[in-house]
Design a binder for this molecule. Sequence first.
Ligand code: AMP
Length: 274
Amino acid sequence: MQEISSRLKKENISIGFVPTMGALHEGHLSLVKESKKENDITIVSIFVNPAQFAPSEDYTKYPRDTEKDARLLHSEGVDYIFIPPVAEIYPADFKTYIEVTDITKKQEGEFRPDHFKGVTTIVAILFNIIQPSSAYFGQKDAQQSAVIKRMVDDLKYDIAVRVCPIVRENDGLAMSSRNIYLTEEERKKALILSASLKQAEEIINKEEREASVIIKMINRNFLAEKSIQLNYIRIVEADSFKEAEKLLSGKEYFILIACKIGKTRLIDNILISV
Ligand code: AMP
């Protein structure tokens, strides 16, 4: 992969890169489509990154279907699929981690303490191997995208980070590789995330500006659904991920929700321009 990327770079061929963990769906493919539009060559990596899973999480159970993924990517016209073995990325004597401070500690960081350290480490390694001109991430993982942008700025990577909108199922559920874990009943209950975000957007459109009022309203939905374990509802400034008390006009915010339905942890968010 390194040889191919170096050759492409020498020939001034622009490389668009889409890092994934496989089990691909339309959300991933939307990133591929965007990359294809903006670059000469598109490279997709499939790597279930052990460093970003806590021991209690679903690393071994994470869905893997490389053949199906390859078929989907082939029909999108992807140029290269990079599927490195774990032992090549993390050999036994591996000792180096990349860690973005501060913005990795709140929200997802409170519930998944070493998660972003694993993410930034793998993304840095993949950036070094692939040397892309642009890299594509989903707003689905809004905090992750903000953390990657921070890393790219701080480490002076010459890479444009593009963040693409959330792709949803027809009923509003944000597409996720983990949705296949949901039972039929849980799948219905999972609509509480997207429905609550929509409801929040509506009251903001009706001039509600107090974060606490918006959060309380969403919280009421979750209180009524005893079988769902809410992790958090937060409203943050879109660029800094600082929690907001009042929404100010001219600024952008994310409303973030994370919860567990049965054994499945789901996250969703909405970008609000006030
Ligand atoms: P993953 O395979 O879950 O690590 O995701 C790979 C990339 O796809 C990340 O940048 C995600 O944010 C993005 N992604 C996942 N789900 C969606 C979605 N529903 N819409 C848009 N992007 C997504």
